[in-house]
Design a protein around this ligand. Structure first.
Ligand SMILES: [Cu+2]
Length: 452
């Protein structure tokens, strides 16, 4: 089997395809075959006619193959790294052991370049919309980690699926051809030339085809390395059913959705405005860069229409529980202050948690079974989508407003804001906490929670 065959076979057949190789079939006798095999390799992708980007991807496509498994099932995934640099794949939002989680800082092994292999085995939980992505550092290499095309959807279906929809559409937001721009005062930021939803710029891919009267479930992932996005679907509203894959206590209808890097939203749209519309970034510049997709009703044609949303206000607490119980006294409080430390090195400089940058950041000791309240204090001009590995947390306070019942694994902290989340230490092992903005993470915004 040559490499081209491998590519053409795609994911479903990959595990079977290995039996064609005598050497590998021997290995297969010793170990069960993988449910999925992911090959990390460079690709060229035409995101619009004549516009080709060079990046790295999973199994030659962007996003990578949809991994879809039943809650509680045991899943075996082989990853082969055919790039020239070490890599690692993180299973984002799963409650799995640290060694399988895919973060080097927690003890998961890096995958060697030039054909290194790693087998990941885990039990699929909790149910919901998860994802997987490269979890290396990138530094100034804007073709690594989350800057690259190394991301895919991971869907853990619950045992009982009420399926209140007629069609399910997965969408991933991403930008391409990043470059680093300095502002002159030593502060640097990453900017991009192009953007896509899934693998095409707005206007150049297949539209989302719908029928009048359908309820369409959009599962949207912000796979951006560094940018939050606000989305709208012209002439339609989104019913927010789940955040980060977890059903919300109060599903509620909104005109726009704002998502930080790594966040997911399940949104149901009732298709009752026949036409050809744009689902895209509310920001015109971002839509021009390509961040959008056409939604086309059956029997309708013509140029897709965009309508500016009246308001772009999106707040988590809107989807929280109607009644909020008094915070428990059993929670141990952990204050975490986030601040930049610009010393003019010009290398994204440093981000600090309680005054310290990774790898010097303090380690938090957790007791198994105990409840913790993380007190986030963002003392900076930037937003931070902070992520806790291997655990979900409940949003309890957002800039002074109490809330309850919203379970997430990433929370977007606006500039100069405070938020509080609560979680139970119920998954022993090293647990990474970091900002999901790649340049922040790479410059120190990271710490470990350890179980005593
Ligand atoms: Cu950040």
């Amino acid at each position: 089997m040559n490499r081209r065959d491998f590519l053409l076979r795609g994911s479903g057949a990959v595990a079977g395809a290995f039996s064609l190789s005598p050497r590998l079939s021997l290995a297969a006798q010793a170990r069960p075959p993988a449910d999925y095999t992911i090959r990390i390799a460079p690709i060229r992708l035409e995101i619009a006619p004549g516009r080709t980007i060079k990046t790295t991807a999973f199994n030659g496509r962007i996003p990578g193959d949809l991994i879809r498994v039943r809650e509680g099932s045991r899943v075996v995934i082989d990853v082969v790294n055919e790039t020239g640099v070490p890599d690692i794949v993180h299973w984002h939002g799963l409650k799995i052991p640290a060694e399988q989680d895919g973060a080097e800082e927690e003890g998961s092994p890096l995958i060697a370049p030039h054909g290194g292999r790693q087998r990941y085995t885990w039990e699929a939980r909790p149910a919901g919309f998860r994802w997987y992505h490269s979890h290396t550092a990138a530094g100034h290499n804007l073709n690594r980690a989350t800057y690259s095309g190394e991301f895919g959807f991971l869907m853990i279906d619950p045992a009982a699926n009420p399926a209140p929809y007629d069609q399910e559409i997965f969408l991933a937001l991403h930008e391409w051809n990043g470059y680093i721009e300095g502002s002159g005062d030593g502060y640097q930021e990453v900017r991009y030339n192009h953007a896509t939803i899934n693998d095409r710029m707005l206007g150049f891919g297949e539209p989302v085809r719908v029928r009048e009267g359908q309820r369409v479930l959009f599962r949207i992932l912000n796979a951006s390395a560094t940018l939050a996005h606000t989305l709208a679907l012209a002439s339609h509203r989104f019913l927010i059913a789940a955040l980060d894959g977890n059903p919300v206590p109060s599903p509620s209808s909104v005109e726009t959705i704002t998502m930080g890097p790594a966040e997911r939203v399940d949104a149901i749209v009732e298709m009752k405005q026949p036409g050809v519309w744009i689902l895209g970034e509310a920001n015109e510049e971002m839509r021009r860069a390509g961040m959008g997709i056409v939604v086309e009703y059956a029997g309708r044609s013509g140029a897709p229409r965009w309508v500016d949303p009246a308001s772009t206000d999106f707040r988590y607490e809107r989807f929280g529980a109607a009644t909020i119980s008094v915070p428990g006294d059993d929670e141990e409080r952990i204050p975490l202050v986030f601040k930049p430390k610009f010393e003019g090195y010009g290398d994204f400089d440093h981000w600090t948690i309680n005054g310290l940058s990774w790898p010097k950041s303090a380690q938090v000791r957790l007791r198994q079974g105990a409840r913790y309240r993380l007190l986030f204090d963002n003392q900076s001009n930037d937003m931070h989508p902070v992520h806790l590995h291997r655990h979900s947390f409940e949003l309890r306070n957002l800039n002074g407003k109490n809330t309850a019942g919203i379970l997430k694994d990433v929370v977007l902290l606006p500039a100069h804001s405070r938020s509080e989340v609560v979680f139970t230490a119920d998954n022993p092992g090293q647990t990474l906490f970091h900002c999901h903005q790649q340049d922040h993470m790479d410059s120190g915004f990271m710490m470990l929670f350890e179980y005593a």
